[in-house]
Design a protein around this ligand. Structure first.
Ligand code: PGA
Length: 229
């Protein structure tokens, strides 16, 4: 099977946000027959992670989380810690613009989440946007950059049906690598569909995509994953 770019394994991440009831979540995985050489991660709402992990067994898809606690275990009502998720998930999204906006997460809180994820063998997918890049990356140590994924998600492109241009995404990926390290994996997110996914994944410095709306429907998701085979 030919990869999109020779030797490049893409990261295709679906973020369900606060969508789907448990039956709909099960239906998605019951219908899951995708085969790909790339890494596919689906991030459902937190209560579904465990039951879906069992459903996803042997299906070429890993489960991720959409968030985790910035604290270790302790008296933090409602918080799910990285250590609780250890072994259950391989990736976690942190600092999504919706978390920053609606839950008032600061750059420091986001970095704490990412650091706890790393300590618990979970790869953080740290979401950033152009105007705040430097400050959003300021709380990380150089050694942490090579171990995390940075998702470039321009605000105007999220959920709008108006993706960034591949040219601009590539420029941002280069900039992010300059600010972090050559080893940092950079993915693009914002109105990615099966029709445009290839144009981002073909870029030299883009290592995959973070997908919201188009990850909800199994047919659309299958088309998207197939488009970069
Ligand atoms: P979208 O969402 O694909 O629906 O634009 C992307 C995201 O929020 O990560």
């Amino acid at each position: 099977m030919q990869m999109t770019q020779a030797g490049k394994q893409l990261l295709l991440v679906g973020n369900w946000k606060s969508h789907k009831n448990i039956d709909e979540a099960f239906d998605f995985f019951d219908g899951y027959r995708l085969r790909t050489e790339h890494k596919v991660i689906v991030c459902p709402p937190m209560p579904y992670v465990m039951p879906l992990k069992q459903k996803a067994e042997g299906k070429n898809v890993d489960l991720g989380a959409q968030d985790l606690s910035p604290f270790e275990m302790g008296a933090y009502t409602g918080a799910v810690t990285a250590s609780m998720l250890k072994g259950m998930i391989k990736y976690v999204i942190v600092g999504h613009s919706e978390r920053r906006k609606y839950f008032h997460e600061t750059n420091e809180v986001v970095a704490n989440k990412a650091k706890l994820a790393l300590e618990n063998e979970i790869t953080p997918i740290v979401c950033v946007d152009e105007p705040y890049l430097e400050s959003q990356l300021a709380f990380f140590e150089p050694a942490e950059f090579g171990k995390m994924v940075v998702a470039y998600e321009p605000l105007a492109a999220i959920g709008s049906g108006k993706p960034d241009s591949p040219d601009s995404a590539e420029k941002m990926a280069v900039r992010i690598k300059q600010l972090t390290s050559d080893d940092t994996k950079v993915i693009y997110g914002g109105s990615v569909t099966h029709e445009n996914v290839r144009s981002f994944c073909e870029l030299k410095n883009i290592d995959g995509v973070l997908v919201g709306g188009a990850s909800l429907d199994i047919n659309e998701w299958s088309l998207l994953v197939d488009a970069v085979k």
